[in-house]
Design a protein around this ligand. Structure first.
Ligand code: ADP
Length: 373
């Protein structure tokens, strides 16, 4: 069995980067085991519960976002995943192996199954781009020609083929992170852990790095965990999101569902920055007492958002005004927030709310305004 695995690994080194990572390489890639399984992981520092019973499963090829504010427990979670931190209790399984109690020596080969990218890239400034990328292979004892061949292949993958001989100082932030990604993939990991990898980048560069991670995920079937405090990152590429707060996962689900209908206060507040909000000048004029128009917040998603909602609303609501908002696609599903001003008088208002609710929307009456205010 052991000799078979060595042979397979050698073969993997000779096929292209794309094919080799997609194939079940070393480890338990094709056993159907989840790549990561956390069971009730707890880690306290004195009175602080950094992790307070975290359970999470990540399947092969998934992209899972773990989002939370500063101090929520994200770094501690990462450190438990790569074996730098030992949980007080609970289990951490990587490709089916429980790593929580392993010694340093047994951990090392398992750590190679996890590639990491960081906010500040962590490149070695005295080494060229290709040397940085090849470094994990040098540590593994791979020969220099083989290392450089693999580095060239990876630099091609991250679209930096022309920069192999350059030094990190001459690269832009986005290029540095591409080098970081290539280096993280050098040892053909089963899991890529991204620790706020786009937090130091401008929005356009962030988008290009996230698109690259998405491409790599699709081409290689690579499993990715993204640690972030930005919902934008989760929206762009994650399949699933786990919201962490005070060491606990307070909400977990498909990204579009969490966007459409956040259950926790923390998810709601993290979403505030990127979901449409009532424009401030209207919000300031809202009155709790009756005006000529009621201002509604209408959240709608999935099938319900595909129909001619506004056209059909004309009947029950009469002369309504569309104030703000829109429908976007999250994971290819429509998710929208619309702000409408509708006639306030009863029974018109109740009828309008009933109509929208009947179409699967969530409706909130935010207050009232006077005509054309
Ligand atoms: P995040 O990465 O989400 O900002 P952390 O995992 O760094 O959160 O921290 C979670 C909580 O645990 C915080 O209250 C933090 O102060 C505490 N904490 C983390 N590491 C330590 C440590 N080594 N010693 C004491 N407290 C720690």
């Amino acid at each position: 069995m052991a000799s078979r695995r060595v042979k397979d690994d050698k073969m993997n080194q000779h096929v292209g980067a794309l094919a080799s990572n997609g194939a079940p390489a070393a480890g338990a890639g094709d056993t159907g085991e989840p790549v990561v399984r956390l069971v009730d992981v707890r880690r306290h520092f004195g009175p602080t519960a950094a992790l307070d019973g975290v359970s999470l499963t990540v399947g092969k090829g998934e992209i899972v976002g773990i989002i939370g504010r500063s101090g929520a427990g994200k770094s501690t979670l990462i450190r438990c995943l790569n074996g730098l931190e030992r949980p007080d209790s609970g289990e951490v399984h990587i490709e089916g192996r429980e790593i929580g109690r392993l010694g340093e020596k047994q951990l090392q080969p398992l750590r190679r199954r996890i590639g990491m990218i960081f906010q500040h890239f962590n490149l070695l400034s005295a080494k060229t781009v290709e040397e940085n990328v090849a470094l994990p292979l040098k540590i593994e004892g791979v020969s220099r020609p083989e290392r450089l061949r693999r580095a060239a292949e990876l630099l091609e993958l991250v679209r930096l083929a022309g920069k192999a001989k350059d030094y990190p100082a001459s690269l832009s932030g986005g290029q540095k992170q591409r080098v970081g990604i290539a280096r993280a993939l050098a040892a053909r990991p089963a899991l890529l852990l991204s620790d706020e990898a786009t937090s130091a980048l401008d929005p356009e560069t962030t988008r290009s790095i996230l698109a690259l991670l998405r491409d790599i995920n699709r081409q290689l079937g690579l499993t990715i965990i993204l640690i972030t405090h930005e919902m934008e990152v989760v929206r762009s590429i994650a399949d699933r999101v786990a919201v962490i707060d005070a060491g606990r996962i307070v909400e977990e689900g498909e990204v579009w569902k969490v966007f459409a209908d956040p259950q926790s206060d923390i998810a709601t507040s993290l979403l505030q920055g990127i979901r449409p909000q009532l424009p401030a000048e209207i919000a300031q004029r809202l009155s709790p007492t009756l005006g000529s128009e009621a201002v509604l917040r209408v959240d709608i998603a999935g099938e319900a958002a595909l129909g001619p909602l506004l056209a059909d609303l004309g009947g029950p609501a009469g002369a309504f005004r569309f104030l703000h908002g829109g429908i976007e696609r999250v994971q290819g599903r429509p998710v929208g927030t619309l702000f409408l001003a509708v006639p306030s008088g009863e029974p018109d208002l109740s009828r309008t709310v009933e109509f929208l609710t009947g179409r699967g929307a969530r409706v909130e009456v935010l207050g009232h305004v006077f005509d054309n205010d």
